[in-house]
Design a protein around this ligand. Structure first.
Ligand code: ADP
Length: 485
């Protein structure tokens, strides 16, 4: 069986200093298939001592890795890019088994993840500096870029591979060593990536991987040791705040990709077909389990009925099931807690007056499935207006004026992304400028691209991943003042 084979093929230990090792005391934790609720396999479960060993390996490897020629680091990334493509069938199946998303989406994620390596292979050889004459003459300014140093990388379960390569790509390109900690629900993709990086020629210790069910106990001493110089985190705002506090002690550099609560504004002049497709994509990518997922959909009152009818029709046509099965468009949610949260949010919205256009009832049985759901007339005080739904539920709320819509969109502590649908160019730019978000999707529902700067403002985070500035997060700037004779 293919499924058993791909799971068996992954090394399930910790990857430290280029070697696969057991966790202290042989501790392991279970990986669950969310489509069945049954155990897929067990992986090593790192202790604080294991975390420290991984960090020591990264620290020991840092000077030599920083000194590798940029072209060598670029070549490693390109070989890893090619291996990700060569192994895409097995990697996609592995991801679907541990995370639930349909195979087609897993394949898409592997290609997206690989693209970060290709993008940053290009950046590795373009790290530049500056040379300037002081304004008053005399001295010269030399500006150099150097790797920040050893990094801690913490990734979530929703994009098990891409959130890893989005951090590892620029870290490797910049010449930073690292310890990566995947989410305990989905460690297998990153473990498979360690094998790829080793085959691509990455030196021992340059990347180390520890999976653990005790993230707080393992990571806090690593952060507070000050041995790592940077933390890059993707996850909840709640955990991000804790980590920022821990990083403050030794003043670590931080990149924080935190929660979202993406608003969508569909204006009366929007191309409704385009808007339905865009909102559908913004909502249903990854079963709605994305920080970029459309969370509040404001539609002009003159088109909300037609828009709701078309979106509900589109959503109702989807097939829910095990991601490995042919023809399935919507897999299970990650776990029981995620399913219960979605159920509670929908019940709350309905209690406050929302109408269900499609879906709205979990199917029950094994696995954490929830049907694609469209709600209309969702009041602004519904819990789902202020919380991330992280599931396949599209809440529609009517608006009358542009000012009202923009104010509603900005009425949140989050500021990751907003989506705007309109054919009016001036309105597009006016609204895009007025939205308090790091990203705006204009007439499109998916903006993620390794060549573009991804990131949020307000409680959605600090820093950007991808794009030309993605590597800056892993570089320090050193100014050398030169006295001339
Ligand atoms: P989610 O709710 O999506 O699981 P979390 O923010 O809880 O988001 O988790 C994102 C990542 O952060 C995971 O890898 C998780 O193990 C890790 N994590 C959770 N709590 C901590 C913590 N106290 N310290 C370090 N990492 C943590």
């Amino acid at each position: 069986m293919n499924e058993a084979r791909v799971v068996a093929a992954v090394d399930k230990q910790l990857f430290i200093g280029g070697k696969w090792v057991d966790a202290t005391g042989g501790r392991t934790s279970e990986v669950i298939d969310p489509a069945t609720g049954s155990v897929l396999c067990v992986v090593a479960d790192a202790s604080p001592e294991d975390g420290r060993a991984a960090l020591d390996a990264a620290v020991a490897a840092q000077p030599a890795f920083a000194a590798t020629p940029p072209r060598e680091r670029a070549d490693i990334l390109m070989r890893a890019f090619e291996l990700l493509h060569e192994r895409v069938d097995d990697l996609a199946l592995l991801m679907t088994l541990e995370m639930g998303k349909p195979l087609a989406e897993s394949r898409g994620e592997i290609a997206y993840a690989a693209e970060f390596f290709r993008h940053f292979a290009g950046e590795a050889v373009r790290i530049d500096g500056g040379y300037q004459t002081a304004p008053a003459g005399g001295s010269r300014f030399l500006v150099a870029r150097q790797p920040v140093g050893p990094c801690l990388l913490i990734t979530p379960w929703n994009f098990p591979m891409a959130m890893g390569t989005r951090k590892l790509g620029p870290a490797i390109a910049a010449g930073c060593t690292s310890v990566i900690k995947p989410a305990p629900q989905t460690p297998l993709s990153i473990l498979a990536l360690m094998d790829i990086l080793a085959h691509a020629g990455l030196p021992a210790g340059a990347v180390n991987c520890i999976s653990t069910t005790e993230a707080g106990a393992v990571l806090e001493p690593m952060i507070r040791s000050g041995l790592a110089r940077k933390l890059s985190f993707t996850g909840s705002t709640q955990v991000g705040r804790i980590l920022l506090e821990q990083c403050a002690e030794k003043v670590l550099r931080t990149s924080m990709e935190l929660g979202g609560n993406a608003p969508v504004l569909v204006f009366a002049d929007a191309d409704l077909d385009e808007a339905v497709e865009g909102v559908f994509a913004a909502k249903m990518r990854n079963m709605g389990e994305a920080c970029t997922a459309a969370n509040r959909i404001y539609v002009h009152s003159s088109v909300i009925e037609e828009f709701g009818r078309r979106l509900a029709e589109r959503m109702a046509g989807l097939t829910v099931g095990r991601g490995t099965d042919a023809g399935v468009n919507v897999g299970p949610l990650i776990d029981d807690a995620a399913l219960r949260k979605v159920q509670t949010l929908v019940a709350d919205a309905v209690k406050r007056g929302a109408t269900v256009l499609t879906g709205g009832e979990a199917t029950g049985g094994a696995g954490y499935f929830y049907p694609p759901t469209v709600l209309t007339g969702v009041p602004r005080d519904a819990a789902m207006s202020s919380q991330e739904i992280f599931g396949p539920v599209a809440p529609l709320t009517p608006f009358e004026t542009e000012d009202e819509a923009v104010a509603a969109a900005n009425d949140t502590e989050f500021g990751l992304i907003a989506y705007v649908f309109t054919k009016d160019l001036r309105r597009s730019l006016r609204v895009a400028e007025a939205l308090d978000t790091g990203m705006v999707g204009l007439n499109q529902g998916v903006v993620s691209n390794p060549a573009a700067p991804f990131g949020g403002v307000k409680a959605s985070g600090l820093g950007r991943e991808g794009g030309a500035i993605g590597i800056d997060e892993f570089l320090e700037t050193k100014y050398i003042g030169i006295k001339m004779g």
